[in-house]
Design a protein around this ligand. Structure first.
Ligand code: PLP
Length: 476
């Protein structure tokens, strides 16, 4: 399998060549040259497979430059009941992503049972094992530099902790994350994990990462890498649970399922789009946003209008507080018939701070063929939904999942099961749970007392040179 850039660069790298990088050299995002197809026979054979075996079948279609036995060992190590043990009482951790049925035809797919209680573990845990494998093979090292406002940073640290050849430098805005999120990251004792709290906002952290990455000499000398949401391997890992969820919600291969996905950077739902392009019988992909409704606006109107940072709302589903969706270019590439010239033209506008409008183009009509519908949700909707699901089904959901449940209910079609992707556990966002339910969220037993553990973090000014100096100090 070879990979193309959405902006049309001519070299066609393989999976391991793009694993450790981010953007393609031309500024585009990588996608498979063509989507591998899943036959009816394969679907029938895969129905009863355990998660790791299913993962192997799917990953083998995307990864042809790692021998099958090595890939199998990576998949077996990644998807274990031990890693995904934080499931609801009565659920089976062996399922990795258990399905909770709220009522017939309306389900939650639990993606947040991993080490950091958010769905980002599903992809990041695989990435950690793939990185270690490829770096060992090549005798190389990498220093991952990232910025986080919460879920991504902790998922990356838990995936990379103790891995050979990998160090993580994670920047977070001082005092801006929840006590639980801070404790998750800063209490890690592993020597290869370095937490840096920046005196500033999340955007300052991101600017520092950009400044360091733009210093080509420093980047090369200190082998700076990233694990951000445009990483192709993360998207590929997310394709797996659409298959798993589809199997769990159906009894035979002629049934269709709709998935509702709480969306920010369009990474999660992009994996659903790819599963559908591979032939998985997905009826609708229902995209849910919070007040930051850039993507909902696009699917309703055909206008993609990234917001300015100052126009971005701070909400109670903070992992969806985005001003533009970094993976969206992948979907548009498919929508415009994979013509990189059109993508370059559209993103020339986006990269210059503008927007684009597909009305009046042939692509508007094709939008329907891809199965997307959308909706958005507010803080009041989240509170009402969390309350309702708790009262009706005795099930506690987090704020992001609540956004999706609210929107999913607006798109139910009779005879088509709806699967809502549950992207985090309520304990990560306890303030809003208390506001909705008047009680503390449930806390998996391993996390009792988390906030009391000793923490390791260095506080620094929002200055790229200071951060660089600290990387240099640690790397000598
Ligand atoms: C990251 C995240 C999302 C958004 O996922 P995207 O892939 O960016 O669309 C939704 N919910 C939670 C809890 C997250 O951490």
């Amino acid at each position: 399998m070879r990979y193309v850039s959405t902006r049309g660069n001519s070299d066609l790298p393989e999976f391991c060549d793009i694993l450790l990088g981010g953007l393609a050299p031309d500024g585009g995002l990588y996608l498979p040259e063509s989507y591998p197809q899943v036959s009816a026979t394969e679907l029938a054979e895969w129905r009863e497979l355990p998660y790791a075996a299913l993962a192997l079948r799917i990953l083998q279609k995307f990864i042809t430059d790692i021998p099958a036995c090595d890939l199998k060992s990576i998949a077996d190590r990644t998807y274990t009941a031990r890693t995904y043990r934080h499931c609801r009482p009565g659920r089976d951790a062996d399922d990795i992503t258990p399905l909770t049925t709220l009522e017939p035809g309306f389900h939650l797919l639990e993606l947040s049972n991993g080490p950091t209680l958010a769905f980002k573990d599903m992809a990041m845990q695989l990435l950690g094992n793939l990185f270690e494998y490829v770096l060992d093979k090549r005798g190389e090292e990498i220093n991952i530099l990232g910025a986080t406002s919460g879920d991504t940073g902790s998922a990356a640290e838990y995936a990379m902790r103790g891995k050979h050849g990998v160090r993580v430098f994670m920047l977070s805005p001082e005092g801006k994350m929840s006590a639980f999120q801070r404790a998750q990251m800063y209490s890690l004792p592993d020597e290869n994990i370095h937490n840096i709290a920046i005196r500033g906002m999340f955007d300052d952290c991101q600017d520092i990462v950009k400044a360091v990455s733009n210093d080509a000499a420093f980047k090369a000398q200190y082998k700076i890498g990233a694990v951000n949401s445009i990483n192709w391997a993360r998207v590929a890992a997310q394709v797996i649970y659409y298959f798993k969820g589809w199997f769990e919600a159906t009894t035979n291969n002629d049934e269709q399922v709709s998935f509702c996905v709480p969306s920010g950077n369009f990474g999660n739902i992009c994996a659903g789009h790819i599963a559908r392009m591979m032939g998985l019988p997905i009826h609708c992909l229902v995209l849910a946003t919070n007040e930051n409704d850039v993507l909902d606006e696009f699917f309703r109107t055909g206008v993609y209008r990234p917001r300015r940072t100052a126009e971005t709302y701070v909400t109670s589903s903070p992992s969806m507080d985005i001003s533009k969706a970094s993976n969206f270019e992948r979907f548009i590439f498919d929508l415009v018939g994979r013509d990189p010239a059109v993508v370059r033209e559209l993103w020339a506008k986006v990269d210059a701070g503008g927007s684009f409008d597909l009305n009046g183009t042939p692509f508007m009509a094709r939008l329907q063929d891809f199965g997307f519908v959308s909706g958005s949700s507010t803080h009041a909707d989240r509170l009402a939904t969390i309350r309702d699901i708790w009262q009706c089904y005795d099930t506690m959901i987090d704020t992001h999942t609540a956004d999706a449940v609210k929107v999913a209910r607006e798109h139910i079609e009779s005879g088509v099961p709806m699967v809502v992707l549950e992207t985090a556990q309520p304990v990560k966002f306890s303030e809003t749970i208390v506001e909705a339910l008047g009680r503390q969220p449930l806390r998996p037993s391993d996390f009792v007392g988390l906030e009391d553990l000793p923490q390791r973090v260095e506080v620094m000014d929002a200055d790229a040179d200071v951060v660089k100096a600290s990387i240099v100090k640690i790397c000598v």
